[in-house]
Design a protein around this ligand. Sequence first.
Ligand SMILES: CC(C)(COP(=O)(O)OP(=O)(O)OC[C@H]1O[C@@H](n2cnc3c(N)ncnc32)[C@H](O)[C@@H]1OP(=O)(O)O)[C@@H](O)C(=O)NCCC(=O)NCCS
Length: 290
Amino acid sequence: MTEPTPASAPAACSDRAAALRFIASMQTDPATATAYVGTLEEGLETELEDLDQDWMDTLRVCLDSDGSITGAVLLEWDDEVGMSWIHGPWCTPDTWDRDAVDLLRAAVEQAPVGRHEIYADLSNTRLADLAADQGWRGGTAHCVMRISREAAAQADGSVRPVRPGDLDAVRALHEAAFPGTYATARQLVDGDQGYRTLVADSSPGSSDGKVIGFITGQEDDGDVYLDFLAVDPAHRRQGVARRLIGALAAHLPGEDMTLTVADTSEAALALYDALGWERTATTRGYRWPA
Ligand SMILES: CC(C)(COP(=O)(O)OP(=O)(O)OC[C@H]1O[C@@H](n2cnc3c(N)ncnc32)[C@H](O)[C@@H]1OP(=O)(O)O)[C@@H](O)C(=O)NCCC(=O)NCCS
């Protein structure tokens, strides 16, 4: 293999169009893509624009001697959650060994929070090796699943939009099921960042009702992404999750519904299999500090 031409150190970039082209070329291949900004060229710019911070501000690139982009990374973070999500690093095959570590560091250095995460398809083995070399902890594998929204949708009177007074009940369910995750219960209840939360009420229409389950989703590039679903242990296997999924599908517009779920979550996988969701990919998250 020929040696790559010497690269510039990671630096800010003002060529938006070139950056978009480069990132799209990396995102369309699962072996070089990282999660959360989509794998189709179409819609990529919108997804980048929807990140919490301006993607052109956090973007760092490496250039070859002709000024062409050979590597890139960017990130977003949430102060309330105390976490950043790194998109990339992406590098051409011949520059990965030289530049990927510097790009990763250039991303982490920008984040005003202490915890960081990258998600990628299992076929992105270069990223898995980089994460291991740098002491990031690889989490459990996650199945990416999909179902047509039309097939999932059903109206249900026992499911209603969340109200501010449901915060404590949602928080108890959320923190028990998803400790340390990427959104707080308050964000789900307040509808921050496009989250839509519905709750299952034990006694709909009466003031005695108790929240026995919740579901949170958001519109995502023409689909509905299911972020969180949890049912009170005392009310499981009574069809509550089935009703929540049906209600979310009826509530939000979109072509399909998608989600990711840990491949160790036996109940959740049994649920999605029973409802006809199809597995489309397998991803893994890498976290630092480990
Ligand atoms: C996964 C979870 C949401 C299921 O909620 P639920 O209200 O008990 O699910 P439902 O009663 O609607 O189940 C519908 C079908 O899914 C399947 N299913 C659900 N839980 C199952 C389990 N523990 N074991 C086997 N099958 C299961 C069954 O086919 C069930 O139908 P059946 O009871 O008639 O056999 C609940 O167990 C939970 O909150 N778990 C912790 C959080 C979590 O894992 N969330 C999902 C990750 S996004």
